[in-house]
Design a binder for this molecule. Structure first.
Ligand code: ADP
Ligand code: MG
Length: 466
């Protein structure tokens, strides 16, 4: 008997692929991952209200795509080789993120720096429904939005335009005023989300990948979940765990922070800003980064419960794409799970930070009689931190890990740092510490000449550590 090829029904599958779990802000973020990979330095997101003709465009000044690459990029499950730190994964994001928000999207791209030729194709749900075929439609340059043509006149890059925004606008087309308000609120939410998930890129903390993002001409400023510029933020011992997964070996880096109590923030405004998009209680816990892009923002991944008393504890966990299978990343890049073999060691590693966060909260609440007044307070020295950290009672009660978990798969890295906040207390500077120092120095840099010197020094330092 010969095998039979059973091609999926385009009409039905495209409809279900619209619902893989994106929200507006996560869909835009997934497209920005592609811009970063295309080496874009700047991304412009425009949300334009114009009744039925409303649209969203995401334009970058990256390398762009030649015709063949563009056609492949439009394929669901597009094929390409991924490198170590790539943000892409499934070959689906461009299509599924776009269709989660609209019924028609166009991708226009220019890859040749010396010729302003533009290639453009679109996916149109109506066309797929009518033909039941996996067909993309060419778009002539003259048919593109004027803004798209203008953008690609000056630079290589790519512009994705979402039209027929059924999911964004809903069935009832809102009238002018309420639509304006809705769009305004969406843009604010988008700015907050992008400021958070791309903060390492926006602050120039990722070598060679500094990024600027504008949302309707507003520059997005990085939001640092750990308020590292606050004098009273405490950085605890960074731990690196070597982990082996099906994609190879990689380091999982755990960086615990305890943010200051309200009364010890430099200002009320800084305290409010540190609160984050979901506010203090929900923003406690783990911040999980894949190749420096934040996937999870807060929550304890089942290791603890959200609790007012530990809301000042925030922990960065970074992993490389090689460990994707172990972290079980989903298509919409909105969810990860901690690998079973790491749960116990992570639970142990964060114990001191959680205890310290609870102490910080309780002591200050007591001192200020429950109504904290802003003002300076003594900062515990690094010795205080480690003293608390080594208290046996600080160890959390970890959830049992599944039986048979190969705990031998991980070991504390040899060069695992022992330093906490002040790097000077350590004999060996680690990458996360270098990144932190780099971030602080960059905020003092004035002008491109100084920036160049600093970047050179930082890359030299980073290279000498490799
Ligand atoms: N803004 C962009 N600039 C250049 N190439 C892009 C851009 N967006 C998408 N691509 C190309 O399209 C391909 C498919 O993108 P996507 O569907 O998001 O899947 P993935 O990112 O997982 O590879 C990418 O691998 C890349 O080659
Ligand atoms: Mg992608």
């Amino acid at each position: 008997m010969s095998s039979v090829e059973v091609i999926p029904s385009a009409r039905r599958l495209v409809k279900s692929l619209r619902d893989v779990g994106y929200e507006f802000v996560t869909a835009v973020a997934d497209l920005i991952d592609n811009c970063i990979e295309a080496k874009a330095k700047t991304v412009w997101v425009d949300v334009v209200w114009d009744g039925e003709d409303s649209y969203v465009s995401i334009a970058d000044n990256g390398e762009g795509m030649a015709l063949a690459t563009l056609k492949e990029a439009m394929r669901f499950g597009s094929e390409r080789d991924y490198e170590g730190e790539d943000l892409g994964k499934f070959g689906l994001g461009l299509k599924t993120a776009s269709l989660s928000q609209c019924e028609r999207f166009t991708v226009a791209s220019r890859s040749n720096p010396s010729r302003a030729d533009i290639n453009a194709y679109c996916w149109d749900v109506e066309h797929v429904e009518a033909t039941n075929r996996w067909e993309i439609l060419p778009v002539r340059t003259a048919e593109l939005h004027e803004g798209v043509r203008q953008h690609l006149k000056d630079t290589t890059g790519t512009v994705v335009v979402w039209e027929q925004l059924d999911r964004i606008l809903g069935y009832k087309k809102p009238d002018g005023e309420s639509a304006r308000k809705q769009i305004h609120a969406m843009c604010r939410e988008l700015e907050d989300h992008l400021a958070m998930v791309f903060h390492r890129f926006l602050a120039g903390e990722v070598r060679g990948k500094r990024l600027a993002i504008y949302v309707n001409e507003n520059k997005v400023m990085p939001w640092d979940p750990f308020a590292r510029k606050e004098d009273n933020t405490q950085c605890l011992e960074v731990k690196t765990f070597k982990h082996e997964g099906s994609g190879g070996k990689g380091d999982v880096i755990v960086e615990p922070f305890v943010l200051p109590h309200q009364s010890r923030f430099s200002s009320q405004e800084a305290f409010n800003r540190a609160s984050g998009p979901e506010k203090w209680n929900k923003q406690q816990g783990f911040y999980v980064y894949r190749a420096d892009r934040m996937i999870q923002s807060g929550g304890w991944s089942g290791l603890r419960a959200l609790d007012e008393h530990r809301k000042l504890a925030r922990i960065a966990i970074s992993f490389p794409p090689k460990l994707d299978d172990e972290f079980k990343i989903n298509v919409a890049k909105m969810r990860v799970s901690l690998p079973a073999a790491l749960r116990d060691v992570i639970a142990k590693a964060i114990g001191p930070a959680v205890t310290l966060a609870e102490d910080e909260y309780r002591q200050r609440e007591r001192k200020s009689g429950g109504s904290p007044a802003p003002g300076p307070a003594p900062t515990p020295s690094p010795v205080d931190v480690s003293a608390t950290a080594s208290t046996p009672a600080a160890a959390p009660a970890p959830e049992p890990s599944p039986a048979g978990t190969p705990s031998a798969a991980l070991t504390r890295s040899e060069d695992s740092p022992t330093a906490s906040a002040p790097a000077s207390s350590s004999s060996q500077v680690t990458m996360p510490e270098l990144r932190r120092v780099g971030a602080c120095l960059r905020s003092f840099v004035q002008g491109p000449a100084e920036e160049q010197v600093l970047e050179q020094l930082l890359s030299r330092a980073a290279a000498s550590m490799e």
